[in-house]
Design a protein around this ligand. Structure first.
Ligand SMILES: [Zn+2]
Length: 448
């Protein structure tokens, strides 16, 4: 059955167009017709600015439990990680499902229609597999379905507890839950994961800290041929220093030597890079996923996103540790951090940042047919109110600038996935009480 939406304003890249009739059938957009000044009978009216659905290209759902809790006291990335491990130690498939369902519902309320879940919490305490060795991953896939969003499960290889100048350390404590023992065992488990209507499967190497050259980066890249392949890259200077000490190469060069980079690959963070690293990533067409709210939360630094983009890398955006879940904030931080770093304005246009949040994000998650309002694309879109205290005032033709530089997730009014409303008038239609679900799931995940 075709469904018809009348969009008061729509971002038809690169311009905002007012009065657009959008028809969807079978989960895809079949027609986008501008020049319709009033809603015809039977059309669902979406007032505000409709954008393509946003892709949160880098998520660890369980990190949402740390919101607030990780903001007391000081420390570094490395002390934050200890707090994160405490939450990781408590989750089982049921509580993982409950937490992820609530987090993905929060995402839908923020206009996110697809999440890339970088998943490494695979096993029981001590590393013992569950009866279904993919019980945790399956819980995440089910959670996305229950919350009405698409997911790419980036099932992650995580074999070592860290890298210092003497080499890799063994997994210890909570980290034992992350490990499969080797890339062969990872492959045996990973290859049992199957895509479905709302879900696709990709692979990830956690980082050069957690997977050694001897483990075989190429084996993971070959297993994931044609699928999304992600990695945390050079998030912290200490990772680079240890990698140089042990391998005589930067993490980007080390992975390049094993054929890791290419158009299906995504480097997450890519914060501390050399000129050679930038050329490697850009020249290979590797996507770079910026997570600026996490990077500033963890005092990581500001990655060279404009230089990477000029070198050839598409940019995607992720909320990563979920200090906040707001892709408008990630988009504007990408520009505003650069302004602070350089003392000049105008490194990214609003249109470029929306492309990062929508089309490039989806492509990096293996959904190249999503992220634009055009016939043939998946019927995934979201509407931002232009009449709230934050967004009222600018003319609709500046809707993209308003969305990127003033709107927040709280201004999202409607979200549609596969042609079906998931959020209507700011209310999630599948998860009745999202704040209540978050509160209950977070309480269960936090240490007493
Ligand atoms: Zn991450």
């Amino acid at each position: 059955m075709p469904v018809t939406y009348w969009l008061e304003h729509a971002w038809l890249d690169p311009a905002v167009v007012s009065g657009v009739l959008l028809t969807a059938d079978g989960g895809r957009i079949t027609e986008v017709r501008p020049g319709v000044p009033a809603p015809p009978p039977g059309a669902e009216v979406l007032r505000g600015l409709t954008l393509p659905g946003l892709a949160d290209a880098h998520s660890h759902a369980f990190h949402r439990a740390l919101r607030g809790a990780a903001q007391t006291g000081g420390g570094t990335f490395w002390t934050w990680r200890e707090t994160m491990y405490a939450a990781a130690g408590r989750l089982d498939p049921d509580s993982c499902f409950a937490l992820a369902r609530a987090v993905y519902a929060e995402m839908a309320l923020a206009g996110i229609t697809c999440v890339g879940e970088f998943h490494y919490l695979h096993h029981q305490a001590g590393g013992r597999p569950y009866a279904d060795p993919n019980a945790m991953g399956e819980a995440l896939l089910a959670a996305a379905e229950a919350a009405g969003v698409r997911i790419t499960l980036l099932d992650t290889v995580y074999l070592h507890g860290g890298l210092d100048h003497g080499g890799h350390r063994p997994l210890a404590g909570v980290q034992l839950r992350f490990g499969d023992g080797g890339t062969d065992a990872w492959y045996a488990r990973w290859s049992r994961l199957k895509p479905s209507g709302h879900a696709r499967i990709g692979a990830a190497v956690h980082s050069v800290r957690a997977v050694a050259e001897e483990d075989g980066y190429a084996a993971v890249a070959e297993a994931a041929a044609g699928l999304p392949l992600h990695v945390h890259l050079s998030e912290q200077p200490a990772e680079n220093a240890a990698c140089l000490a042990v391998y005589g190469r930067t993490p980007a060069r080390l992975l390049a030597d094993h054929g890791f980079w290419g158009p299906n690959s995504t480097a997450v963070h890519a914060t501390h890079l050399t000129e050679d690293d930038i050329a490697l990533l850009g020249g290979s067409g590797t996507t770079v996923c910026m997570c600026p709210t996490t990077e500033r939360d963890l005092a990581d630094g500001i990655g060279p996103a404009p230089a990477l983009h000029r070198a050839g890398s598409p940019i995607s955006l992720g909320s990563d540790s979920h200090a906040v879940i707001d892709l408008f904030e990630e988009a504007r931080a990408t520009e505003l951090d650069e302004r602070l770093r350089t003392g000049t304005r105008g490194h990214w246009t609003a249109a470029e940042l929306l492309r990062a949040a929508a089309g490039s994000g989806h492509a990096s998650l293996g959904w190249p047919e999503a992220g634009r309002l055009a016939p043939g694309a998946l019927a995934d879109f979201t509407t931002v109110a232009l009449d709230t205290v934050r967004t009222a005032g600018p003319p609709p033709r500046l809707g993209a600038e308003t969305a990127v530089f003033a709107a927040t997730a709280a201004d999202v009014r409607h979200t549609v996935v596969a042609g079906r409303p998931v959020v209507r008038d700011g209310r999630h239609l599948l998860v009745e009480d999202v704040p209540g679900a978050l509160a209950a799931a977070v309480a269960a995940a936090l240490p007493d």
